[in-house]
Ligand binder design. Structure first.
Ligand SMILES: CC(C)(COP(=O)(O)OP(=O)(O)OC[C@H]1O[C@@H](n2cnc3c(N)ncnc32)[C@H](O)[C@@H]1OP(=O)(O)O)[C@@H](O)C(=O)NCCC(=O)NCCS
Length: 184
């Protein structure tokens, strides 16, 4: 069914110590550190080297355009008041009511299961409050931490998409995870 909505609400989401809020320029130094991190660079095809200009452009332009044009929404992950990573909805289809989650967690906040927690909050909000029918997460077959996060967020593994992604190291197969409104 096609809904009326064409953009996500620009709001903050809270769940205990976790907050998902709009990114801002105060986050730039932490974004630079996180996006230069080898694990982040291994799995995400970010600019390399990643510098302050990239982070500033991401926060002041890309995130805003993504929201305004209805492509998705970018939220900074905060844990107990500290910046801890980034999560977004992307490739949103307002006719099919589907969207996809992406995330990274700052190196100093890994190991707390924050990607899974954030994915549960953002994906469930997209379905319960924003009309989405299905949310996907795609992770490279070698990216076990990301796959564990998708499962922890309540997503079901549905299959493998061959050569569907790319990293600095080359093309990768992607494990696809899905959650539908009926799963909630
Ligand atoms: C993927 C990522 C977001 C997960 O961060 P996180 O939420 O802090 O995840 P955790 O470190 O708490 O790990 C979650 C689970 O995966 C497991 N895990 C993490 N890294 C792993 C690895 N390399 N091998 C096996 N298991 C791993 C943890 O033991 C934990 O297991 P559990 O579910 O049994 O508790 C983070 O590693 C990251 O930012 N990676 C780089 C960017 C990236 O890959 N983004 C996703 C692209 S699809």
């Amino acid at each position: 069914m096609t809904g009326e909505r064409q953009t996500f609400d620009d709001i903050a989401l809270h769940d205990g110590k976790l907050t998902l809020r709009a990114p801002d320029t105060r986050d730039v130094p932490a974004i630079v550190r996180s996006c230069r991190d080898p694990l982040t660079q291994q799995w995400l095809p970010l600019p390399d080297p990643y510098d302050e200009t990239h982070a500033r452009g991401f926060v002041t332009q890309q995130a805003d355009t993504t929201l305004r044009e209805g492509r998705g929404i970018v939220r900074a992950i905060e844990w107990d008041g500290d910046f801890a990573g980034m999560i977004d909805l992307k490739k949103t289809d307002w006719r099919g009511m589907t969207t996809e989650i992406g995330y990274w967690v700052s190196p100093d906040h890994r190991g707390l299961g924050l990607a899974g927690k954030a994915a549960r909050v953002l994906g469930d909000w997209a379905m319960l409050e924003q009309g989405m029918e299905r949310v996907e997460i795609r992770s490279a077959t070698g990216n076990i931490g990301s796959q564990r996060a998708a499962l922890a967020a309540g997503y079901r593994q549905e299959g493998v998409l061959r050569s569907a992604g790319y990293t600095h190291g080359g093309r990768v197969d992607l494990v696809i995870f899905g959650k539908t409104r009926a799963d909630l």
